[in-house]
Design a protein around this ligand. Structure first.
Ligand code: F6P
Length: 750
C-alpha cells in the first residue's frame, strides 16, 4: 500500500489517481473512476482539475461516476461537487432524489462497468468510509438495495445515505482513500495502525453489513497532518477487536417506548450500592443491551483485573507499580499485600500520626488557617471534599487551597492570612512539581519575612512519598506524612493528602469518609456483575462511547457543596482513561475515556442545559441529589430537588411540538440519577469510590492502563525548556515558528 502524507493530500491523491487512469487508458483505451464521499469529493475534483494533473490525462476517455447521497440532482449547481469545481470531463451524477435513493443508486451502479479502474473513498470523522456509517440503525439494513453492487442505508441520522457496495469497491482495480483535515487523518491513522502493509482493515463500518467485518484492500491513502504510522505497524488491540463486535449490537427503542413496554422498568433498573440508590432506568439500554455488555465485561476480564488490583499486582505496567488505593481505607484488621508486604499496618500508622497531628491543630487555638499547597491530585481531592463537607467543618479553622502557579492564587490567599496563625501543608507525591514548589517557596519567604527562619518548623508540614526532597526543601521529615508509590495522585484524597481535610472535619469524620470508600470497595468486590453499580455504570458509559458515539458526559450534582465534584472527576477520569494505546502499546481503534464536565444544578440549568435539551449532540448526564440538605432551609431544598427530577424527566421524555419546532423537546436524552439520604463524609467516600471503580472497569474494557499519565509529560518538559528562554539572550529559535513568535512577543511585552 502506498501512503502519502502531504500538506495538500487531495493533490497527492489526485496525482496517484491520474497515474492509475493513464495506465488504464494505455492498457485498455479507456478508464473509469468512481468518487464517493460527500465532503471529500469537491477537494478531490478540484485537485484532479488542476492543470498539473488534468493535462496529463485524456479526460475524454474517462468515465467519472459520483456516488454519494449528498451529490445533488442534475441542475443544482450549488451543491454539485463536479459542477462547482468546473471539472473537465463528463461526470455521471447519481440521480438521487429524496424519494427513492435506493432505486436511483441501483440504476446508477448497474450502468457502471463490471470492474471500475479506480474507486475513491472518503473518510468520515466518525470512522465511516464511502457512506457506510459505523453504527447504522438496525432498521437501516432492511433498506439494503437488492443489487449488492449498490448499497443504501435509509434514514441514518435522519438522512438517506447511499453509496457503492463492497462488491463494487473490492472488485475495482484500485482504491484510494483520501482524508482531508486532522480528524479524518486521525481516523485513517488508526486504520493504518491496524493494518499490515497491504490491507486497511476497515472492519468498523462494514462490520454492520457482514458480521466479522469486510476487508477493503486499499492501494493508496493520502492525508495531511499525521505521521503516527511511521512508528511502524502495530498489532491490533484485543480490546478494539472485542469492542468492534458492539457495532452489530442493536440499539434500543426510545425511552418512551421502553417505559411503555415495561411497567417495571423504574424498579428493575434501579440498583442500590451501600447508601446510594442508582436509577439507570433512563439510560439507553435494555435487557438485551445489558446482556451484551455484561458478556463484553466478562470477555474483557473485568473480574480478573479487579481481583488483580486488590491482590496488589502491578497492574500499572508502564510504571511497574501496584494500584493500592483500596488499601488506604481498609480497617486495621484487613490486609492488602504489595510486593510481599502487608501495607495496611503502614496505612494505619500514617493515619494515627495524622490523627494526632489533626487533633493537636484543632485544639491549638493559635492556628486558624490551614493552607494546602498542591496541584492535581494533591489539590482537587481535599479541595473538593472540603467544600462538599462544609457542614462538618471545625468552626475556628478555615482551609485554603493554592494550586495554580499563576501568582494570583497564592497572592490572594496570603493577602488574607496572618503568618502567626497559618499552617502550610505542602502536598506533593513527588515533591518535584514545579507549581507546588514555587508556591511553597513563596509561602515560606512570606512566613520567614514575618517570623524568622525558625518558624518553618512550626508552620510547615509536608505530605509526600519523597522524604529526601522534603528534607532538601527544608521541612523536617518529622513533620512529614508519607504515602506510597502505589497510590496514584488522583486516587490519593484518602491518603495523607487528605490531611487538611482531616484537620477541617476531624479524625472521626475522616474515618467515616474512609468507611464510605471501603463499603463501596466491598460492593465492587463482591456484588455479581449484574448488580454491581460501578460495573453497570461503566458498561452504560462504554455503550454510549463505543456504540452510540457520545463522547462526553455531564456530571450534575444538585448540591452546591459539590461544586468542585466535576473538576475532581475530570482528573480522576480523564487523566486515567484519556489514552490511545493499550496496556501492550498497541494503538486502539475504539474511543476511550469521555470528556467529563459539569456544574451544580440549578446554576447549570440557566447556562448550558439548553444544549443538553435541544442541541445536536447527545450528552449523557449523571444527576446526583440528596433527600436532605445540610442546611435548615427546607423550601430551598424542595425546590432544588424538584428541579433535578424535572430535568431527568424532561431530558428522557421530552415534549413534542410540531407546530413550533423551536419549542420541540425530542427527548430520549439519557441520564442516570444517583440519590442518597444526605451528603455526609461516608456518602462522599462512597461516591468517590463509585467513580474510581467506574474508571477502573472502563479502563479494563478499553484495554488501557488507567494508572499512568504520560500524556502530561511533554508539556512539562517544554515548559522547563521555555522558562529560561523567556528571559535569556538571544531570542530562541528552537521551536516551531508559531511558538517562537509567541515567546518573542512575550519577551517584548513582559
Ligand atoms: O501532572 C500530573 C500530575 O502528575 C498528577 O497526576 C498529580 O496528581 C499532579 O501532577 C501533582 O503531582 P504531585 O503530587 O507529585 O505534586
Amino acid at each position: 500500500m502506498e501512503i502519502c502524507v502531504a500538506d495538500d493530500p487531495a493533490v497527492a491523491a489526485a496525482r496517484f489517481i491520474a497515474g492509475q487512469l493513464r495506465q488504464a487508458i494505455s492498457d485498455r483505451g479507456s478508464a473509469s473512476l468512481a468518487v464517493s464521499g460527500g465532503s471529500t469529493a469537491p477537494s478531490l475534483f478540484g485537485a484532479l482539475r488542476d492543470a498539473a494533473v488534468s493535462g496529463e490525462v485524456a479526460w475524454d476517455r474517462v468515465d467519472v461516476w459520483q456516488v454519494d447521497e449528498r451529490i445533488a440532482p442534475d441542475g443544482d449547481a450549488d451543491r454539485n461537487a463536479a459542477q462547482l469545481t468546473d471539472f473537465p470531463a463528463a461526470v455521471h451524477l447519481m440521480p438521487v432524489t429524496a424519494d427513492d435513493p435506493a432505486q436511483a443508486l441501483v440504476g446508477h451502479a448497474a450502468a457502471m462497468p463490471e470492474v471500475l479502474d479506480v474507486v475513491h473513498l472518503g473518510v468520515g470523522d466518525d470512522g465511516h468510509t464511502a457512506s457506510w456509517p459505523p453504527t447504522p440503525h438496525p432498521d437501516a439494513l432492511a433498506a439494503l438495495a437488492s443489487d449488492e453492487r449498490a448499497f443504501v442505508i435509509d434514514e441514518f441520522n435522519g438522512r438517506k445515505r447511499a453509496t457503492l457496495g463492497p462488491i463494487l469497491v473490492n472488485g475495482a482495480r484500485c482504491r484510494v482513500v483520501l482524508a482531508t483535515g486532522p480528524k479524518k487523518a486521525a481516523v485513517l491513522a488508526r486504520w493504518i495502525q491496524r493494518s499490515n502493509d497491504e490491507i486497511l482493515d476497515v472492519t468498523l463500518p462494514i462490520g454492520a453489513v457482514e458480521p466479522g467485518g469486510t476487508h477493503i484492500f486499499v492501494d493508496a491513502a493520502a492525508a495531511a497532518g499525521f505521521d503516527d504510522y511511521r512508528h511502524g505497524p502495530m498489532s491490533t488491540s484485543p480490546a478494539s477487536e472485542r469492542l468492534a463486535k458492539l457495532s452489530n449490537a442493536p440499539v434500543t427503542p426510545t425511552l418512551r417506548e421502553m417505559f411503555a413496554d415495561d411497567p417495571d422498568r423504574a424498579t428493575r433498573f434501579v440498583t442500590q450500592a451501600v447508601g446510594l440508590r442508582v436509577d439507570w432506568s433512563k439510560a439507553l439500554v435494555d435487557d438485551a443491551t445489558m446482556t451484551e455488555l455484561l458478556a463484553l465485561a466478562r470477555d474483557s476480564g473485568v473480574e480478573a483485573r479487579r481481583d488483580a488490583m486488590f491482590a496488589g499486582e502491578h497492574i500499572n505496567n508502564t510504571e511497574d507499580r501496584a494500584v493500592g488505593h483500596a488499601a488506604l481505607r481498609m480497617p486495621s484488621d484487613a490486609s492488602f499485600v504489595v510486593d510481599g508486604h502487608d501495607v495496611v499496618p503502614d496505612v494505619h500508622g500514617v493515619l494515627d500520626a495524622m490523627t494526632a497531628f489533626a487533633e493537636r491543630v484543632r485544639a491549638d487555638e493559635s492556628i486558624t488557617h490551614v493552607v494546602n499547597i498542591g496541584i492535581g491530585g494533591s489539590d482537587l481531592g481535599p479541595a473538593m471534599a472540603y467544600d462538599a463537607l462544609r457542614a462538618f467543618r471545625h468552626e475556628r479553622i478555615r482551609c485554603s487551597f493554592v494550586s495554580n502557579v499563576g501568582g494570583e492564587d497564592i497572592a490572594s490567599v496570603l493577602a488574607t492570612s496572618d503568618p502567626a496563625s497559618t499552617l502550610f501543608v505542602i502536598a506533593s507525591k513527588t515533591f518535584g512539581t514545579i507549581e507546588t514548589l514555587t508556591n511553597a517557596r513563596t509561602a515560606r519567604a512570606w512566613l520567614t519575612d514575618a517570623l524568622g527562619d525558625a518558624a518553618v518548623a512550626e508552620h510547615f508540614v509536608a505530605v509526600s512519598t519523597n522524604a529526601e526532597r522534603v528534607a532538601e526543601f527544608g521541612i523536617d521529615t518529622a513533620n512529614m506524612f508519607g504515602f506510597w508509590d502505589w497510590v496514584g495522585g488522583r486516587y490519593s484524597v484518602d491518603s495523607a493528602i487528605g490531611l487538611s481535610l482531616m484537620i477541617a472535619i476531624g479524625p472521626d469524620r475522616f474515618a467515616s469518609f474512609l468507611e464510605g470508600f471501603h463499603a463501596m470497595d466491598e460492593h465492587f468486590l463482591t456484588a455479581p456483575l449484574e448488580e454491581n453499580v460501578p460495573v453497570i455504570m461503566a458498561l452504560i458509559g462504554v455503550w454510549y462511547a463505543n456504540r452510540l458515539g457520545h463522547d462526553t458526559k455531564a456530571v450534575l450534582p444538585y448540591a452546591n457543596d459539590l461544586a468542585r465534584f466535576a473538576a475532581y472527576l475530570q482528573q480522576l477520569d480523564m487523566e486515567s482513561n484519556g489514552k490511545s494505546v493499550d496496556v501492550d502499546g498497541n494503538r486502539i481503534t475504539h474511543d476511550s475515556g469521555p470528556i467529563i464536565w459539569g456544574e451544580p444544578g440549578t446554576n447549570g440549568q440557566h447556562a448550558f442545559y439548553q444544549l443538553i435539551h435541544q442541541g445536536t449532540r447527545i450528552i449523557p448526564c449523571d444527576f446526583i441529589g440528596f433527600a436532605k440538605g445540610n442546611h435548615p432551609y427546607q423550601e430551598h431544598h424542595d425546590l432544588l430537588m424538584s428541579n433535578m427530577f424535572a430535568q431527568s424527566e424532561a431530558l428522557a421524555f421530552g415534549r413534542s411540538n410540531e407546530a413550533e419546532p423551536h419549542r420541540n423537546f425530542e427527548g430520549n436524552r439519557p441520564n442516570t440519577v444517583i440519590l442518597a439520604e444526605r451528603l455526609t463524609p461516608s456518602v462522599l467516600g462512597q461516591l468517590i469510590a463509585l467513580y474510581e471503580h467506574i474508571v477502573h472497569v472502563q479502563g479494563t474494557i478499553w484495554g488501557v492502563n488507567s494508572y499512568d499519565q504520560w500524556g502530561v509529560e511533554l508539556g512539562k518538559e517544554l515548559a522547563n525548556q521555555i522558562t529560561p528562554e523567556l528571559l535569556g539572550e538571544p531570542t530562541p529559535d528552537a521551536h516551531d515558528s508559531s511558538t517562537n513568535a509567541l515567546i518573542a512577543w512575550y519577551r517584548e511585552h513582559r
